[in-house]
Design a protein around this ligand. Sequence first.
Ligand SMILES: *[C@@H]1O[C@H](CO)[C@@H](O)[C@H](O)[C@H]1NC(C)=O
Ligand SMILES: *[C@@H]1O[C@H](CO)[C@@H](O)[C@H](O)[C@H]1NC(C)=O
Ligand SMILES: *[C@@H]1O[C@H](CO)[C@@H](O)[C@H](O)[C@H]1NC(C)=O
Ligand SMILES: *[C@@H]1O[C@H](CO)[C@@H](O)[C@H](O)[C@H]1NC(C)=O
Ligand SMILES: *[C@@H]1O[C@H](CO)[C@@H](O)[C@H](O)[C@H]1NC(C)=O
Ligand SMILES: *[C@@H]1O[C@H](CO)[C@@H](O)[C@H](O)[C@H]1NC(C)=O
Ligand SMILES: *[C@@H]1O[C@H](CO)[C@@H](O)[C@H](O)[C@H]1NC(C)=O
Ligand SMILES: *[C@@H]1O[C@H](CO)[C@@H](O)[C@H](O)[C@H]1NC(C)=O
Length: 557
Amino acid sequence: MFTAARAPALFTLLTAFLAAPSVQAISTITRTGRYLYNSTNDRFYIKGVAYQEQGAVVASADNPFGEPSTFIDPLAQGSACTRDLPFLQQLTVNVIRVYSVNSSLNHDACMNLFSQNGIYAIIDLALPTNGSIDRDSPSWSTNLLDQYTNTIDAFSKYDNVLAYNVGNEVVLQNSTDISPYVKAAARDVRAYLQSKGSTALIGYSAINGVADWRGDLASYLACDPAGGNSASTSIDLYGLNDYEWCGDSNFETAYSATNAAFADYNVVAYFSEFGCITSPPRLWTETVSLFGTDMNTAWSGGIAFSYFPATSVQGQFGMVNISSDQTTVTVSDDFTRLAAEYSNITFIDSPTQASTAASSYPSCAAPNTVFVASNTLPQTPNEAACDCVESALECRFTPTTDNTTVIVGTLLDTGCSLLGSSGGSCDPIGGNGQTGVYGALSACDPSIKLSFVMSSYYELNGRTASACSFSGNGTVNTAASSTVSASAIVSSCIANPTAVFTPSAAPTGASGSSGSTTSSGSTSASSATSLIADTNALVGMSLMAVVSVFGAMFTLA
Ligand SMILES: *[C@@H]1O[C@H](CO)[C@@H](O)[C@H](O)[C@H]1NC(C)=O
Ligand SMILES: *[C@@H]1O[C@H](CO)[C@@H](O)[C@H](O)[C@H]1NC(C)=O
Ligand SMILES: *[C@@H]1O[C@H](CO)[C@@H](O)[C@H](O)[C@H]1NC(C)=O
Ligand SMILES: *[C@@H]1O[C@H](CO)[C@@H](O)[C@H](O)[C@H]1NC(C)=O
Ligand SMILES: *[C@@H]1O[C@H](CO)[C@@H](O)[C@H](O)[C@H]1NC(C)=O
Ligand SMILES: *[C@@H]1O[C@H](CO)[C@@H](O)[C@H](O)[C@H]1NC(C)=O
Ligand SMILES: *[C@@H]1O[C@H](CO)[C@@H](O)[C@H](O)[C@H]1NC(C)=O
Ligand SMILES: *[C@@H]1O[C@H](CO)[C@@H](O)[C@H](O)[C@H]1NC(C)=O
């Protein structure tokens, strides 16, 4: 196994230690057009399993999707990865999907172990609650960009990151207008990966909605708004969370319509979740269709949901149990059946890489009644420009707690309402993905947005100390000029509010410049495990409308 086998013992050990990961380096996977290929030019299929313990789900009317609010980073638990590897090998998976990771933890043990054993990771960059694009008050802002780039930085040293997902089920039927924020995230993550010389793919995982807007979103994420056949705003990897095959089904009933809908798609498509539980037992015979000739021209495999226990209102999706001392894995029949089906798969090596059409990016279609997203994307979040604004504002948000997630939402609500009645406007902090108009501050951290609102109010109310109090949440910035207005500060700091550029690494130790938060206390789009099958998702969506209590202030009319 090791090249230095005949060297003296100590040297052997050292060499083995240093060289082991590269001796059988995992193959680099690249995309050509709509297919993936490995380094020997064979077609690559994602034969995967979701690998993330379920976080705490706080059931409430505000959380119709059962989105977790906490997470355990599965790639930071070296002994758990070692414990699970034999089971992943029994499943014969070559990819795990991980929904939430913590960039400040060490992932060497898990990532190297998986790499040495031919297992890639698809890593979602969003995090629960305030770490994802908020459906009710969407923005693609410095705090999220920092979180995304911090995660990429933490994982860029590993050779087995197949893809980074910029979102999971962010866009719903009732919120197609937030799609520009997701596409902007794909654009900026792409530029960032390119600047680091990374070959990792950029993905998005979609909820399986009805075919019209589902298809429009898929096309939108892989089109070129400038009409120049450029990849710059496109994803590489479209994931569909698909639970259409339930029980002893068949291709015609379960998948043929969805398969046909993606017949002409231009980038790689796969099922980023599958494994319906409504007609138990799960037989996993859908894998014969998904990886076989029924579907292999449109799809590149899928991710079975889920290795760890994961419950929803529908029941249990997990395939193993872990003992309370975390040392022992017990597998279910579900696991055994999936292992049998997955082991039986032979990847069809067709079409060949040489015969595959080069990647192309059609011009984006015009919005329509079911898919309303503008082809004008929001700007690249600009940390320096936002910080420039923050330092010059006269009245600033000075939280007395680190946990500002809830109070910023409340204060923005109050602040915008007060500002409105004083003749000011929250438009500079808002945006509208339907009209494609984004405020100059819309890509700034929520706390900076709040400082802008406070300063504008303070200005319009005679700069009296009480106008900067906000019940003790605001402080007058004595270093600031009292003759320059907040809007003038914005224009001078953010000279080009629509600028698109390659982001640089986040400042070390900071993710969000001053205690960033979500702008709303209500449910945000989750990075986390989606446990919802198609029918339930529709129920969830109608509930979403009820919880959208916040949007008005933030969405430009
Ligand atoms: C590429 O994939 C084929 C088919 O799965 C496999 O036989 C081959 O070993 C792979 N090449 C590398 C370098 O991993
Ligand atoms: C990441 O881990 C650090 C160190 O344990 C912890 O302080 C921090 O809260 C974690 N971040 C998240 C988002 O969980
Ligand atoms: C959301 O979608 C549901 C299901 O299609 C629809 O009935 C409802 O009117 C929509 N709500 C809003 C606010 O658009
Ligand atoms: C896992 O634990 C649950 C709850 O205790 C139990 O219902 C299920 O049968 C267990 N599954 C396995 C494979 O042991
Ligand atoms: C194994 O794979 C072959 C070829 O795809 C298929 O015909 C057969 O039905 C599979 N066996 C099982 C048990 O699914
Ligand atoms: C989420 O909120 C926590 C606590 O306030 C903060 O540390 C973190 O930076 C925030 N994350 C983002 C992306 O805003
Ligand atoms: C932050 O505050 C909210 C609301 O008070 C609370 O639900 C949440 O648990 C707090 N988070 C942390 C990390 O303390
Ligand atoms: C800050 O604002 C929050 C939300 O409105 C409020 O609950 C709190 O009392 C205010 N004051 C301080 C010092 O946090």
